[in-house]
Design a protein around this ligand. Structure first.
Ligand code: TYD
Length: 140
């Protein structure tokens, strides 16, 4: 089983529309230090192709749909995002690729740390080595 969670946010809706409120350490299980968003991606493009050493992220598909392929080094699972009231929580040491974007897809990402290139693992073999070393209680 790949380690991730889908968070179901409370919708505070009425006939005027829907609203979701997100607070640090409440709906979001960390303090948000960075927000970024992605849109205008062609359907067949594969984004991501990396893991993180420490970073945790909650990914929300604000409009449209897309697929996240999550890989823990031995298993892969695909999570289909199609609703802004759901948040995909991905922790460290998970290789992620995202694709199959609808033309109207807008993804917002809430991150536990500021941007730090040294937290990225962009080479798949290095990711596999890191998973093995972490399991042995070592980190690199
Ligand atoms: P990248 O991580 O390659 O995007 P994705 O994983 O979604 O395919 O990021 C694209 C570019 O944006 C890259 O030059 C790094 C930069 N960037 C920032 O400056 N700050 C950020 O918070 C992020 C996520 C990316």
């Amino acid at each position: 089983m790949v380690n991730y969670d889908v968070l179901n946010f409370q919708i505070r809706g009425n006939h005027d529309g829907s609203l979701v409120a997100l607070e640090n350490s409440k709906e979001i299980p960390f303090d948000v230090k960075r927000v970024y968003y992605i849109w205008g991606t062609k359907r067949d493009v594969i984004r991501g192709r990396h893991a993180h050493r420490k970073l945790e992220q909650v990914i929300i598909c604000m409009a449209g749909t897309c697929d996240f392929i999550l890989d823990n080094g031995t298993e892969k699972e695909t999570v289909h995002l199609d609703n802004p009231s759901k948040g995909l929580l991905i922790r460290h040491n998970i290789w992620r690729e995202f694709t199959n974007f609808s033309p109207d897809c807008v993804i917002m990402v809430l991150a536990s740390e500021k941007y730090d290139e040294s937290d990225y693992i962009r080479d798949y073999q290095t990711f596999l080595d890191n998973v093995k070393n972490t399991a042995k209680g070592k980190t690199r």
